[in-house]
Design a binder for this molecule. Structure first.
Ligand code: PGA
Length: 263
């Protein structure tokens, strides 16, 4: 089977800005969101998602004017359906008008968030009209290619228990940790394409559902900027991008959005 999924003109690229904890005031958050939204709502081939720190989600949710530019949240361990200090529920996320939830980010995993916690968060999220953005990725590459097994284990642990209908709502973001950060070694678009195909094959092996495997959205998320975005979306075969630092300024992020819109 050929795991390369040629994009049809109907499909929009999904471009997600992950602000992490990098925007330090509500005024700044509003300003960046306004700047991005103005550009994003006019694009025909891109759906834009901004994932601000939880503090600003409700405020920015009130500023959403189009399905073309929506809000998401970040974080796994803060999610709970039962009474728990320091926690929020998926329902609150939905009512704040967020539509996506980033979970299993490598920075969370590095701070001890486990596959079990990620699985539990995913199960909660899919009970609501929210799309989980499941981050997976290896810390380094070994010459024996054992990282492939790690990737398939991360996928199976997180989504292996979901029904096909729930799995179809999951977005997978591949973030090679070795390619993230200012001084990291870049992941080439070809390496990205190989991993996108491997993720599709893993989903197919797990579900025996070809339609699902070929249509699940797979994003690339490792130090994306306006110079490399196009290649990850074309040669890299990604259905979209998870952007960190380059999403913190509206002008820089808008450049990426406009590039994607022209492809
Ligand atoms: P970056 O972050 O784009 O700043 O490298 C990506 C990520 O951590 O998801």
């Amino acid at each position: 089977m050929n795991y390369s999924n040629a994009r049809t003109t109907k499909e929009k690229y999904l471009i997600i800005g992950n602000w992490k904890n990098q925007v330090s005031s509500g005024a700044d958050a509003r300003k960046i969101f306004q700047g991005v939204s103005k550009c994003a709502i006019s694009l025909r081939h891109v759906e834009t998602v901004i994932c601000p720190p939880m503090m600003y989600v409700a405020e920015l949710g009130n500023m959403v004017t189009s399905r073309n530019c929506v809000i998401g949240t970040q974080g796994t361990p803060t999610l709970s359906q039962t009474v728990r200090t320091g926690s929020i529920s998926p329902e609150m996320i939905f009512r704040s008008r967020a539509r996506y939830v980033i979970i299993g980010h490598s920075e969370e995993r590095a701070h001890g968030v486990t596959n079990d916690e990620i699985t539990a968060a995913l199960s909660l999220i899919v009970q609501h009209p929210l799309s989980p953005v499941l981050c997976i990725g290896e810390i380094k590459r070994d010459t024996g290619h054992k990282y492939y097994r790690l990737i398939s284990e991360q996928i199976m642990a997180a989504v292996g228990h979901l029904s096909h209908a729930d799995l179809a709502r999951v977005v997978i973001a591949y973030e090679p940790v070795w390619a993230i950060g200012a001084n990291a070694q870049p992941c080439s678009p070809d390496e990205c394409a190989i991993m996108v195909r491997f993720i599709r094959k893993t989903i197919l092996d797990m579900t025996d559902n070809e339609h699902l495997a070929m249509n699940i959205k797979i994003l690339y998320g490792g130090s994306v900027d306006a110079d490399n975005a196009k290649n990850y979306l074309t040669t890299g075969e990604a259905n979209g991008l998870l952007v960190g630092r380059a999403s913190l300024h509206a002008t820089t992020f808008n450049k990426i959005l406009k590039i994607a819109d022209t492809l």
